[in-house]
Design a protein around this ligand. Sequence first.
Ligand SMILES: *Cc1c(COP(=O)(O)O)cnc(C)c1O
Length: 346
Amino acid sequence: MKTLQELTRPNIWKLKPYSSARDEYKGVTASVFLDANENPYNLPHNRYPDPMQWDLKTELSKIKKVSPEHIFLGNGSDEAIDLVFRAFCEPAKDNVVAIDPTYGMYQVCADVNDVEYRKVLLDDNFQFTADKLLAAADDHTKLIFLCSPNNPTGNDLLRTEIEKLLREFDGLVILDEAYNDFSEAPSFLEELNRYPNLIVFQTFSKAWGCAAIRLGMAFASEEIIGILSKIKYPYNVNQLTQQQAISMLHKYDEIERWVRTLKEERDYLEKEFEQFPCTVKMFPSDANFFLAKVTDAVKIYNYLVGEGIIVRNRNSISLCGNCLRVTVGTRVENDTLLEALKKYQG
Ligand SMILES: *Cc1c(COP(=O)(O)O)cnc(C)c1O
């Protein structure tokens, strides 16, 4: 791996971060707060939230078994995705490499930041090789994006290839584990100490059932987390979100039950979906959704919309011609979809 200074944009490396009122009193015990120009009325929403979210990170570290210094929290994973471009990629000069197809936000953030986005097509089993990604990289490649289980394909990426990439790439590897809770594959969080160039993304939006509160997590070395924390908006995670996340962490057993139920529902839905005459091919899933090739994705998508059922049409995505992506819902929702498809006349 190159040094972190070599990988970081010079202006970011030099940056002296904004110091908020709440940063400066840190560590002191006080009862009168006249430092931040807040309104003393309208408790408890009148005060700025903890800019570093220490209470939440402390609770989270118990479940994730990663110390708080290795955790960055953002306004959804989207914030973390954007920040890695802003921290490490010099616009119009650096580039990133990513598997294709994958989550669309990586390319959107690359385009916003004027950073070249190099796509490397997956194979017919939606797998990649480290060698192909490395061949697409050059001296200006700062980041390689992986997503496992991958969206929209649903499968875990090969662990041996991920490890090889981590060993051989001299930049940073972003591994998006938004759907790892639904997979049997162990998280790479356990490997953080082994790979200084690894950044793992997770989210409260899927297994945790908290898409509305906008909370994403990045896990990496203390040095990388320090850089992301330095350039984020000072109060990027609001107080209501921090409180709701802490209360979710206190009922972790319920999240585990949801995950077990959704995995059973996935198996049920896949087994039934496979039977329809309009189903051409089912792709194996390690996530809370699956991808299926159908006879005519546009027609079936529109038919389902007419029935009040929305799935995701992935027809125009690389390797996903005539594919629909279906999220696993409750048994009632899944049966509504299955009943509608039973009535469908190709
Ligand atoms: C849904 C999803 C996320 C979550 O994004 P948030 O901004 O945290 O809601 C991240 N990565 C992938 C691949 C996803 O599909």
